[in-house]
Design a protein around this ligand. Structure first.
Ligand SMILES: [Zn+2]
Length: 212
């Protein structure tokens, strides 16, 4: 397994290219913008892009989807249903923009307990709502792609439509209780580890104590 990180778009969203070098296959997680730059990075891996996996539907995580669909047809796009059907196009643009794409048959929905393959890699879907109703955390081996649920030292905001402080606390508790020192690759800012977050992240600590 190999992971390449790019910071893309106006607010530096972490876009991850998850590669199975043996199978020569890869997926892009959260192409938030700058599709040409992501496409070039994908080509440089030597792996064929098969899937786009979205941690949630916000524009800063989805802004490069259409450009990649254009550059790498046919490409399967996965999102949690609750985030595609959000009605605010400025915040959740995907649903409205997909319609403009000729020949695109639509996205695939994934949710709690689903497994998505990337070459020979297995990606498990954990539904972790709170930042948005359709937020998911993607686990591949000892790596958690947390989207905007868990950040190094912080967590995602909950004041957008579909956000819920109560739900993100439950999601953080769930992540905090996962066994092992998993690597945390968040949707923004620097990576971390679960042990470090369990020691020092005030939101995670509060969630694990069971409070708000
Ligand atoms: Zn977000």
């Amino acid at each position: 397994m190999e992971i390449k990180t790019l910071q893309v778009g106006p607010i530096g969203t972490n876009c991850y290219i998850l590669c199975d070098e043996q199978a020569k296959a890869c997926a892009v997680i959260d192409p938030g913008g700058e599709a040409e730059r992501i496409a070039a990075a994908v080509k440089a891996t030597g792996c064929a892009l098969k899937k786009i996996l979205l941690t949630h539907g916000h524009y800063d995580h989805t802004g490069g989807v259409l450009g990649l669909l254009d550059a790498f047809p046919p490409l399967a796009v996965y999102i949690h249903r609750a985030d595609l059907e959000m009605p605010l196009p400025q915040l959740f643009p995907l649903n409205s923009e997909m319609g403009s794409l000729p020949g695109f048959s639509g996205v695939n929905f994934y949710g709690e307990g689903d497994h998505i393959s990337v070459g020979g890699l297995d990606v498990q879907v954990l539904h972790t709502p709170g930042h948005s109703e359709g937020s998911v955390t993607l686990r591949c081996g000892d790596i958690l792609f947390c989207g905007d649920t868990l950040f190094a030292g912080s967590c995602g905001r909950t004041d957008f439509p579909g956000g819920s402080m109560k739900k993100i606390m439950a999601s953080l508790k769930r992540l905090g209780e996962l066994p092992g020192d998993l690597r945390v690759l968040p949707g923004h800012m620097e990576p971390s580890t679960l042990d470090r977050e369990r020691r020092s992240n005030p939101y995670l600590l509060q969630a694990m104590r069971g409070g708000m």
